[in-house]
Design a binder for this molecule. Structure first.
Ligand code: UT7
Length: 328
């Protein structure tokens, strides 16, 4: 079946003004600004205020994307939300967002693919538009990771932040659109990066809370190795499927987890610094939100022009990984 093309017609993002710096963290755990910056590239992260929810911040990002697209919420046929920090197990965060923005004509669902959730959602949305099932789809990545971090564990507490990014996808008006759709996963490696508690395997008990089982557990060094390998693999597959050479890429946006991982992808593709978008220093790792936040920022800063070729690459828990080349 030949798919029609879909293209990005609007972007938006949101992060709370509340900021937690590396120096703030120095007062909370045995760490240093020097260690965090040197090993990860992170300087600050945004933290959603108490009382506000994942769907609150995602709704804000969605409204901004709709405004940018010149559409009303009622024009949206479907909503995909990449998140591992939903408002609750159910209803989905996508349904909560739907209610908050008034997208009453849409189907809505969450995509559970950890840090690859936004890119998985984007590729699913593209195929639904490409096959003519839907016309306008809102794809969101939104996380409140600060509520799933063990703030006493320096190996994870320094890494994560909160935020939301959104895009509106619609039918392409010509050359523009997704040129490749690469998605993979490997469930054998799930326990290298996961939240052990809170699901039906380990429901909440006093003991499970005392043991911090409802927070992120990560075998950092192992995850790092897989992240480098799979993100390079995804980037190369995404390029090949799009029939685009690395040197034809105008901007690379990868999942923002660690500067050293981003550099490994950059070196493998032989891209100069100015073709690599980085905002990890400002947001930390925001999981599924990192790519759409970066995409919106890149667009607003004029780093993406019409006709540019953009390479998106994600990696996350599951493990999951994905890539797509987009003609902007
Ligand atoms: O978003 C999904 C994908 N996630 C990722 O891609 C994350 C992948 N992993 C990483 O980014 C890195 O592995 C980390 C940033 C998590 C850790 O960096 P690393 O260079 O792999 O450090 P390490 O775990 O090998 O630890 C090195 C040392 C250890 O001390 P010893 O054993 O050498 O004495 C740690 O205890 O650094 C110590 N350490 C810290 N020191 C100061 C670990 N965390 C901290 C900290 N502050 N926050």
């Amino acid at each position: 079946m030949t798919l029609l093309k879909s293209m990005v017609i609007g972007t938006g993002s949101y992060a709370s003004d509340k900021v937690l710096t590396n120096h703030d963290l120095e007062k909370m755990v045995d760490t240093s600004d020097e260690w965090i910056k040197g090993r990860t590239g992170i300087e600050r992260r945004h933290i959603l205020e108490e009382g506000r929810t994942n769907s609150d911040q995602a709704a804000e990002a969605a409204k901004r994307a709709l405004k940018d697209a010149g559409l009303s919420a009622k024009d949206i046929d479907c909503i995909f939300v990449g998140t591992i920090t939903p408002d609750s197990s159910f209803p989905s965060t996508a349904c909560q967002i739907q209610a908050k923005i008034g997208a009453h004509n849409a189907a809505a669902m969450d995509v559970a693919a950890a840090c690859s959730g936004f890119l998985y959602g984007l590729i699913l949305a593209d195929t639904l538009i490409g096959s003519g099932v839907y016309k306008h789809i809102l794809v969101i990545g939104s996380e409140v990771l600060s509520r799933f971090v063990n703030w006493d564990d320096r190996t994870t507490a320094v890494l994560f932040g909160d935020g939301a990014g959104a895009v509106v996808l619609g039918p392409s008006d010509g050359e523009k659109g997704l040129l490749s759709r690469y998605m993979k996963s490997d469930g054998r490696l799930g326990n290298l990066l996961y939240i052990p508690g809170g699901g039906s395997t380990c429901p909440a008990t006093h003991e499970s809370v005392d043991q911090h089982l409802h927070t992120i557990h990560m075998a950092g060094r192992e995850v790092f190795k897989h992240a480098v390998r799979t993100m390079v693999d995804a980037a190369l597959h995404g390029l090949k499927e799009a029939n685009v050479k690395p040197e034809e890429i105008d901007l690379l946006i990868t999942h923002q987890a660690n500067m050293r991982i981003i550099n490994a992808v950059k070196h493998r593709l032989k891209l100069p610094d100015e073709k690599v978008f980085i905002n990890l220093n400002e947001y930390g790792n925001t999981s599924a939100a990192s790519i759409p936040i970066a995409l919106d920022q890149a667009k607003r800063e004029g780093r993406l022009k019409e006709g540019d070729k953009l390479l998106l690459v994600a990696f996350g828990g599951g493990f999951t990984w994905a890539a797509s080349v987009i003609q902007f």
